[in-house]
Design a protein around this ligand. Structure first.
Ligand code: ASP
Ligand code: MG
Length: 421
């Protein structure tokens, strides 16, 4: 059993969907669980539907949803060469459900409605791709992963209940392989025990594929992307990047955690735990070698790995009465971050000040100030970047920080991190 994951870029056009078909066909001699995400930028469009709905701009929301409907029906018709196909009834059903949600007055929080609406993109893409593949002779079945991935109700960042999910993979997914070698499932979504839809966090399909790989004891997972493999930096941000043919899980989990956009940070653990290699390959040319991520890779051969996380805010929290920031204070501060679901990217302590870099989110900063202001004075600086360089060389750091102000810096033998203005 292998697990493949195809992202939005590989499903953006009819030609690309056909190309995905060729890749699957070339690998269809063994069992294949295929995870796919929403087509192109559908998720962004559905986010706008959710936002407008929640701001009581229901007509705009309905119009935006209608645009998504038209795009998907057009692609489906072009792929199948007809509109007389049971797929269209299925698509209609999905849209009718979304319209019901829009017809309701919002009485729960935004994250809940976001998840009821935004996961639609994955349902549409899987239904369309599955129908098209069957029509061109790539025999497959399609599964609604909401019947399989059980999660808690932490909407927009739901956590997998591994025990129940494993049970459901065994009961509902494995038997599907008795009739076809290929099973297609949505990434990014799941469901609570109350049958509410959830999402697993933006770009979460990589992680969905890893959950399947872990529970199916897959021999490998492959993420098909529009790049030739993993590079030592984002080529959109840095010149002269190089491809990395092989790299350890431990390196990639650090890169992803600090903001490298290549792989969702949660993807590595389920694979590492079962020693399943992860391949990153290019869907534009399936014969290119790509990158393999696995356990034991000699890190000494690696080039410097550069990761830039933009849109950071550096917060400093200073005790008003000059109490030291000791363990009790730190745990009090962390408790508040945890409670407000604010992820800390980098920290530093001084005698009476705790500083940290977080992703910019004005509402969360507001909450933080409210919760802390009686005991602490809070200052913050916005519009910053968090630069992480592993296997750094000093010349490179000078170059990367030229004409920049370093507001905070941490250095170990292998890694340097800086908050830059
Ligand atoms: N479609 C979702 C997103 O764009 C999930 C994914 O692509 O992995 O965030
Ligand atoms: Mg996507």
């Amino acid at each position: 059993m292998k697990v493949f994951k195809f992202g939005g870029a590989s499903l953006e056009t009819i030609e690309r969907i056909q190309q995905v078909g060729k890749i699957i066909e070339a690998n269809a001699s063994g069992k294949l669980l295929v995870v796919i995400s929403a087509m192109g930028k559908t998720t962004n469009e559905l986010e706008k539907v959710a936002q407008n709905y929640f701001m009581r701009k229901r007509e705009i929301a309905a119009q935006l949803l209608f645009n998504v409907e038209q795009q998907h029906k057009d692609i489906a018709a072009a792929l199948l060469g007809t509109k007389e196909h049971p797929l269209f009834t299925q698509l209609q059903q999905f849209f009718t459900e979304a319209e019901w949600t829009l017809g309701e007055k919002p009485h729960r929080n935004y994250d809940y409605y976001y998840d009821q609406l935004v996961g639609l993109g994955e349902l549409l893409s899987t239904a369309i791709v599955s129908a098209y593949f069957n029509q061109v002779g790539i025999q497959n079945t399609w599964v609604d992963v909401r019947d399989v991935f059980r999660t808690d109700d932490n909407f927009r960042d739901a956590n997998i209940n591994w025990e129940i999910t494993e049970l459901q993979v065994n009961q509902k997914v494995l038997p599907l392989f008795n009739t076809a070698n290929i099973v297609i499932a949505q990434g990014f979504i799941g469901s609570t025990d109350q049958n509410e839809s959830v999402t697993l966090g933006r770009e979460g399909s990589d992680f969905s594929a890893a959950v399947f790989a872990n529970l199916l004891n897959a021999e490998s997972q492959t993420i098909w992307k529009d790049v030739t493999g993993l590079k030592n930096a984002d080529p959109k941000l840095f010149p002269n990047t190089v491809d990395i043919p092989e790299i350890a899980y431990s390196e990639v989990i650090e890169m992803a955690y600090y903001g490298a956009q290549v792989i969702h940070p949660k993807t590595i653990k389920p694979l590492q735990n079962k020693q399943i290699p992860l391949y990153v390959k290019c869907f534009l040319d399936m014969h290119l070698p790509g990158t393999v991520i696995r356990q034991d890779v000699d890190g000494r051969k690696l080039p410097p790995i550069i990761v830039l996380k933009k849109n950071q805010v550096l917060i400093s929290i200073t005790s008003r009465d000059f109490s030291f920031i000791t363990e009790d204070k730190i745990s009090e501060i962390y408790e508040i971050f945890h409670d407000k679901k604010i992820k800390i990217n980098l920290t530093q302590n001084a005698a009476i000040t705790f500083s940290c870099s977080i992703d910019h989110n004005p509402e969360k900063i507001e909450l933080l100030i409210k919760a802390l202001h009686t005991g602490y004075r809070i200052n913050y600086d916005e519009g910053l970047e968090l630069l992480t360089v592993r296997h750094y060389q000093n010349g490179l750091i000078d170059e990367l920080t030229k004409n920049r102000k370093v507001l905070l810096e941490q250095r170990s033998a292998s890694t340097i991190q800086m908050v830059l203005k």
